[in-house]
Design a binder for this molecule. Structure first.
Ligand code: PMT
Length: 425
């Protein structure tokens, strides 16, 4: 399957009759998962309107180099930095010559010069123009600079002649572009990650919560994006920025987290529950700030919903990974949770004073994980949370691909686990 999931493509459109195909190309690039920003030259506007390309790309079309308003939104340097690849389709003989000469008098030329990403041209011109020595020289020049050529192809041309110069078919261009990117282990998959703590209100100013900073969960969301997945992050209150290319939904309480996860589950392949969900909440939430009184105060607590167990029961085919935060008997408790929650894998970590190596885990930049699944386990020694997240995602991707959706655990009994001999990392 051709995929450009999470990829950001600048599509340059120049003055050629084939420009009418750019609307379909934009649509196909988006169908393949890409975010597309269109840059048009003045010549292109004679063949297709910016409004058409704005409608199909879902973003305003970039047209003028010296437009202060547009530059303030996303300037040419920012646009070049934003892109994972630039495709000029159609690429006219005139734009090819401008590129060969290194000209930046139009926005597209400036973006191509400023870009440090793969740049591909899909030439489209009359056969005689394609064969002209000047065009041949320009092609040699741009090729020597590492610029890629997708086409042109042979066939009937707009001018009625038959020969080389036809813009490559739209579907083929999408495939050519997708081939530029290495396929990640989770390409085409959707991953939902929960992260951070929950807050269970006592009154309008007080709550029950824990020390989770969200760092572990956010690192996992970023690693899943890196592996090619589409990622939804349901996050409790933390002070971290949303990782690039992740869709974040902010929640406060366990109840809200359950609702947000339920609402986001459509199309999800893998659920990774890193959130430190409060296990109990006050039975009564006071509408006014509770006044200090003499003597002791007792709060009656009730259990919060078990988000992971509830979602797994409702979506048994979703490969589900839990986390177990323990201060003691890590392996025993983690294996018990693996079975009780009916999930495929659990990542156990020590928290609090027992986790001296990782600085307590909560809030620290490092951690150590012990992964358990029905018939195996694997230790991931102390490392940064970013590194551990990448390792975890690599193992999840591997086991997900081997996963048969047959029950691995039954009757609430912990199955015997086998230590993997493969070293972590
Ligand atoms: O956020 P950091 O500061 O980086 O710290 C990372 C972390 C310690 C929070 C993280 O690595 C971690 O261990 N997260 C899980 C914490 C936790 O709540 O563990 P638990 O053993 O209480 O819960 C087991 C699993 O059930 C977890 O996947 C949890 O998300 C889930 N759960 C728990 C209670 C509940 N009501 N609903 C749930 O879904």
């Amino acid at each position: 399957m051709t995929t450009l999931t999470n990829k950001r493509i600048v599509l340059g459109v120049t003055g050629s009759i084939a420009a009418y195909k750019s609307a379909e190309l934009t649509r196909r690039l988006r169908d393949a998962g890409a975010d597309v920003r269109v840059v048009m030259t003045r010549g292109a506007e004679a063949f297709i309107t910016p409004l058409t390309l704005q409608a199909v790309s879902g973003h305003p079309v970039h047209r003028h180099l010296l437009d202060t308003e547009a530059e303030a939104g996303m300037g040419h340097i920012e646009l070049a930095r934003w892109a994972d690849a630039i495709l000029v389709a159609p690429c006219s003989a005139n734009f090819l010559a401008a590129l060969a000469a290194g000209r930046a008098d139009e926005l597209l030329g400036a973006v191509c010069l400023a870009g440090d990403v793969p740049l591909a041209l899909a030439p489209a011109m009359n056969g005689k123009m394609w064969q002209d020595k000047a065009t041949a020289d320009n092609i040699r020049l741009v090729s020597s600079r590492g610029i890629l050529l997708f086409g042109p192809d042979d066939g009937e041309q707009a001018c009625g002649e038959v020969g080389t110069g036809r813009m490559r078919e739209v579907d083929e261009l999408v495939t050519n572009l997708a081939d530029l990117f290495e396929t990640g282990s989770l390409t085409g998959k959707t991953v939902l990650v929960t992260a951070g703590p929950t807050r269970e209100a006592i009154d309008p100013v007080r709550f029950i919560s824990n020390h989770s900073s969200g760092k572990m969960g956010y690192a996992i969301a970023a690693a899943a994006v890196e592996a090619g997945a589409k990622v939804l992050l349901v996050s409790g209150p933390v002070s971290l920025p949303c990782p690039d290319r992740v869709t974040r939904i902010d929640v406060e309480s366990a109840e809200q987290m359950l609702a947000a996860v339920e609402a986001g589950m459509s199309g999800v392949d893998i659920l990774i529950a890193t959130a430190a969900v409060a296990d109990y909440r006050p039975v009564q939430v006071h509408a006014e700030k509770m006044k200090k009184q003499g003597g002791h105060l007792s709060l009656e607590l009730e259990p919060t919903p078990d988000i992971l167990a509830t979602i797994k029961a409702a979506h048994p085919k979703v490969f589900s990974v839990g986390f177990a935060a323990e201060t003691t008997q890590l392996e025993e408790y983690a294996q018990r949770k693996l079975v009780q929650k009916g999930i495929e894998m659990i990542a156990a970590n020590l928290v609090g004073p027992a986790a001296t190596e990782t600085g307590g885990t909560f809030g620290s930049d490092t951690n150590a994980l012990h992964l358990f699944w029905a018939n195996g386990n694997l230790r991931l020694p102390v490392a940064s949370k970013d590194k551990l997240a990448r390792l975890l995602i690599a193992h999840v991707a591997q086991y997900y691909s081997e996963y048969q959706f047959t029950p691995r655990v039954s009757g609430g009994k912990v199955v015997k686990l086998v230590e993997r001999t493969k070293p972590a990392g």
